[in-house]
Design a protein around this ligand. Structure first.
Ligand code: ADP
Ligand code: MG
Length: 163
């Protein structure tokens, strides 16, 4: 199917592998094939796009009080797949939000707008190599989202009424 891919859900606990301590926390979303039918047919790998997060009150990123229940939008890089490094058996979707948060946001509602593919899933010989690649993927995601075609207003919606 064409981009963008959409996905949403509440942030759940992952495998608790301490990726946070390594500087690359990944917010895990439940994978429900009936809500995200496209997920079965896309290649496993690393994708980029935007995450909108409904942060709990007191966790607002903006200063105005009215923002506490609104969605904030951040760039993100994510993996969809089986994570061969960890030999998972179920498909996982994990999102590294390209933003610093002072607190965890387990349970927050997250919506994803997946805009492009960065690379296929790889197996790793070491955790260091995995971390290095994720940092490179994050840079690719940031650069991609800076391109003209991804700027707000750059999208031209075809006129549906025109023959
Ligand atoms: P888990 O194994 O439970 O997914 P992680 O070490 O991957 O644990 O940390 C993920 C959690 O860290 C997320 O669920 C979220 O609450 C929090 N977190 C804080 N900052 C970020 C961020 N920039 N991107 C993703 N998750 C973050
Ligand atoms: Mg995680």
């Amino acid at each position: 199917p064409p981009y963008p891919y959409l996905m949403e859900g509440k942030v759940i606990s992952g495998f608790g592998r301490g990726s946070k301590e390594l500087g690359i926390p990944t917010a895990n979303l439940p994978v429900d094939a009936s809500l995200t039918p496209w997920i079965a047919s896309v290649p496993s790998g690393v994708y980029f796009g935007y995450a909108s997060l409904q942060l709990p009150a007191g966790h607002a990123q903006k200063t105005d009080a009215a923002s506490s229940s609104s969605f904030d939008v951040f760039p993100m890089v994510m993996s969809i797949g089986y994570n061969p490094f960890y030999k998972n058996t179920v498909r996982s979707a994990e999102v590294h939000v390209l933003h610093h948060f002072d607190a965890d946001f387990y349970g927050a509602h997250m919506r994803l707008l997946i805009l492009g593919f960065i690379r296929e899933e790889k197996d790793y010989q070491s955790l260091e190599a995995l971390i290095e690649d994720i940092q490179f993927d994050s840079a690719v995601a940031r650069k991609s989202l800076e391109r003209d075609a991804w700027q707000p207003g750059a999208v031209t919606v075809p006129n549906q009424n025109q023959d």
